[in-house]
Ligand binder design. Structure first.
Ligand code: 6GU
Length: 233
């Protein structure tokens, strides 16, 4: 998979090289490129924003750098169209299902907005050169798309075959089966007067599987009832 990120703060993404995803890049499974949006500005101050038409607070990102960047980065036929993701609190909510879907794409472009937003015509133009998705991490506000993009790249990247060493560790996680994860324990069997549930020490694999399932259901009921009622998306 190829991922291009457009940001005015490219150094935000340095941390991605440290993780599992750094290994995926060295192994050639993932080709990640972070580009400074100011590469596509030509004035002395490398301006990417301007005041909003109609007035109002804050600044809006100008369309021209975005248009030139998309012209350079978006795939052209016969390659399949790029998927262009704009992180936005006004977008559809990102879930494990979104991560699964996006992990099948050949080329993702993340456009990280700052200030009060991006000129609306950029989204229209992007739709003419690729598949556009506005995606939110959840119902709270961040200062820009960078942190949201890092979260999405990590969630998507680890689903690409070969990135996570043991594929079984992917299926037993929270959200893969619509339930939260069961609790885990390791040695010592007693720690600060706290024991481990007896069933886990019993060697009875059927009883362990049943207990884990019950724990998943009980945790989900108490912490995330929305997941059980099918209300989450
Ligand atoms: Cl994707 N962007 C911003 N700026 N704020 C957010 C968000 C995204 N998701 C939740 N809050």
């Amino acid at each position: 998979m190829r991922i291009d990120v457009l940001s005015i703060f490219p150094s935000y993404f340095d941390g991605l090289a440290l993780s599992l995803l750094g290994k995926a890049q060295s192994a050639g499974i993932l080709d990640l490129s972070v580009r400074d949006l100011r590469e596509w500005t030509f004035d002395r101050h490398r301006t990417v924003d301007d005041t909003p038409y109609g007035g109002g607070a804050g600044m809006v990102m100008k369309p021209e750098p975005w248009g030139l960047a998309l012209d350079e980065l978006a795939s052209r036929p016969p390659a399949p169209p790029s998927t262009i993701i704009f992180p936005s609190p006004a977008g559809e909510v990102f879930t494990q299902a979104t991560a699964r879907e996006l992990s099948t794409r050949e080329h993702l472009i993340f456009g990280c907005g700052r200030y009060e937003g991006i000129d609306e015509r950029v989204f229209e133009y992007a739709s003419s050169v690729g598949e556009v998705r506005l995606i939110s991490l959840g119902d709270y506000v961040l200062n820009g798309g960078e942190v949201a993009t890092m979260a999405m790249i990590e969630a998507i990247g680890r689903l690409i075959p070969g990135v996570v060493g043991n594929p079984e560790s992917l299926v037993e996680e929270s959200h893969e089966d619509g339930l939260l994860e069961y609790p885990s324990y390791t040695k010592p069997s007693v720690w600060r007067e706290r024991g481990v549930p007896d069933v886990l020490l019993s060697g009875n694999h059927g009883a362990i599987a049943t207990w884990r399932r019950e724990q998943q259901i009980e945790r989900t009921r108490s912490r995330r009832p929305d997941l059980l009622s099918g209300d989450e998306s």
